[in-house]
Design a protein. Sequence first.
Length: 166
Amino acid sequence: MKFIEATKNDIPLIQDLARRSWENAYAEILSGEQMEYMLSTMYSAEEIKNHLQQPNYHYYLIQDDNDSFEGFIGYENHYEESTTKLHRIYLIPESKGKGLGKEALRFLNQKVSENYDKRIILNVNKYNSARQFYESQGYTVYDEGVFDIGNNFVMDDYLMEFIIHK
């Protein structure tokens, strides 16, 4: 497995991977309208390009041993003091259960340590089974929140954290 730092040339691939993973992960959680709204705003070419231009925001494509792109990870170092925020980690449905998610979190832990942050935070939808995956990897819920994302939609999330032990 390889992690390849994404560039603006990879924006269409990131958008495709996001759509494919979201259609599976959120089909029974979000309405079709909310999913389309979120994909079109959070994964617009302009939004991803803006992220890629920020020095602390990183996207890595996840490629398997057959050179197939299986997903991506997007995170921001120094989001808060000593804290990295995992904004995005998505795998296409065909790649689930292959250990790629665990490897991606190990990769993230290494990158976070290299940047001297001590904590990783993320939001996970309260009805998303990914919460159990994160908990199996040592993440804990520290709060919850409902966030207005516009267009009369909200995100109803658990806030999770992982403390890096050196």
